[in-house]
Design a protein around this ligand. Structure first.
Ligand SMILES: [Zn+2]
Length: 455
């Protein structure tokens, strides 16, 4: 989807000739897979007959993440991993020739609930082709998707954004596809073919600004080296998730995962069950009941990064107690504090009439031997003010005495951003922590403890 001026409208008229064709058939929508009975095939909704550059305002804030030119084994699985880790869905505009080479990846995209778009067979400039050749490019790509996953794509995007001409857009509309342009171009296709934290930051910046309520974000999982896109994706998702955006397809539809507003939610810093419930048509009690097994007995004990099942909208209003409100505070007499991102024992103590040592002594059993390692979401008992003054003076906890340093991952961190605070490279930190991070250096967890090798 490289940068060519997309406004190539040639003034051709279209109109009545399109009207007849649409709406007739059983056009299948990816993301709603065939389940045994062919009769249950779902249809794409009627295509939106305009070229969308933003998502329709189906909610106060919506964002559609889109990935073009794949699938490609060296990038697409990584993109899918990051999306899955965040519980977020996106739309993949696949090339037919790539889909034919990697049908397993098309299947994984669909299996994990994402949408598929048609990006032609071999990525030509459609404006340079005859009408018959344009049609062949589109139909061959759709057939390849059908061969891979049994459903037709519901979206179309022309290579280089050349899809504004009604003679091109009409071909998609006639085949039940909504044409999706974009509002935010990350220009990740111009990436250096090597790891570049500065370029990753540019991708993040372009994916999130100018700020708008309904962006469609253009990124790429195909076309070459896209690991900078992979590395940027987590921060892009965090930006929108933390601002209450709903991740939709380009038509502004929530992804099916049940129906309507049900689905999976990944707990963000500062969330409570009440604040999460406010984003859905559910009460905190309903969400608690649906996740009691993973939350445990205390509804206040959410973990950042924890995945919650959101029960269906307007559903049974099942169990739970009375109406809305916030979860009841713990019934004990002691003061309890839930660790927030960025907290240290020193910063927590400063909010109470206590020293960090007093808080540490009162919570040593759960904190463990290192007072610097507290976990976001961890619940601490705050001893009464003016108490024992057990240990030494105030100040902050001493850092560990070893040659290396322990760092607890904060929201928004990447190995690159962490490394920039030390005299280390991200690779050095990765090597020192590979056993706990695993094979993908982009997948670090908030609250995870990393060893920073001595400079
Ligand atoms: Zn493209």
């Amino acid at each position: 989807m490289h940068a060519i001026d997309a406004t190539t409208t040639d003034g051709r008229r279209w109109g009545a000739r399109l009207a007849a064709v649409v709406g007739a058939g059983a056009l299948l929508c990816t993301g709603q897979a065939l389940s045994g009975d062919a009769a249950q095939a779902a249809e794409c909704p009627a295509p939106i007959r305009t070229v969308l550059d933003t998502t329709p305002a189906t909610a106060e804030r919506t964002v559609a993440l889109t990935f073009d030119d794949g699938p490609l084994p060296q990038n697409t699985p990584d993109v899918l991993d990051v999306l899955r880790a965040n519980g977020v869905k996106a739309t993949f505009f696949v090339r037919g020739d790539q889909a034919a080479a990697h049908p397993d990846l098309v299947q994984r995209i669909v299996d994990e609930g994402h949408a598929i778009g048609n990006h032609t067979w071999s990525h030509p400039d459609l404006s340079q082709l005859t009408p018959a050749a344009r049609t062949a490019q589109i139909e061959r790509a759709t057939q390849t998707v059908v061969d891979a996953v049994g459903t037709e794509p519901c979206f179309f995007r022309g290579p280089f954004g050349i899809h504004h001409d009604p003679a091109i857009a009409g071909l998609a509309w006639e085949r039940g596809m909504t044409v999706a342009d974009w509002s935010l171009d990350t220009r990740d296709w111009s990436t250096p073919a090597s790891w570049s934290p500065s370029f990753q930051q540019q991708i993040i910046d372009r994916a999130t600004s100018p700020r708008s309520a309904h962006p469609i974000v253009l990124m790429h999982d195909g076309g070459g080296y896209r690991q900078n896109t992979v590395a940027a994706l987590d921060d892009v998702i965090s930006y929108y998730a933390s601002r209450g955006y709903t991740f939709t397809d380009p038509a502004g539809r929530a992804f099916p995962s049940g129906s309507g507003h049900s689905g999976t939610y990944v707990v963000q810093p500062g969330d409570t069950l009440s604040s999460i419930a406010a984003g859905y048509s559910a009460t905190w009690q309903e969400i608690y009941q649906a996740n009691r097994a993973t939350i445990g007995p205390d509804p206040n004990m959410l973990q950042v990064g924890q995945r919650l099942t959101i029960p269906g909208a307007g559903g049974g209003s099942g169990g739970g107690g009375g109406g809305g409100g916030t979860p009841a505070p713990p019934a004990s007499e002691s003061t309890t504090y839930v660790v927030q991102p960025g907290d240290t024992l020193g910063s927590i103590a400063s909010g109470y009439g206590a020293t960090w040592r007093e808080i540490y002594e009162a919570n040593r059993a759960t904190i463990g031997p290192n007072p610097n390692v507290i976990q976001v979401g961890q619940r601490l008992t705050i001893p009464g003010t003016g108490g024992g003054s057990g240990g030494g003076g105030g100040g902050t906890p001493a850092p560990p005495a070893s040659g290396s340093t322990a760092y607890v991952v904060q929201p928004g961190d990447t190995l690159g951003s962490i490394a920039s605070g030390y005299s280390a490279t991200w690779r050095e930190i990765y090597e020192a922590n590979r056993a706990t991070i695993g094979p993908n250096p982009n997948l670090i967890q908030v609250g995870q403890q990393l060893t920073i090798p001595a400079g």
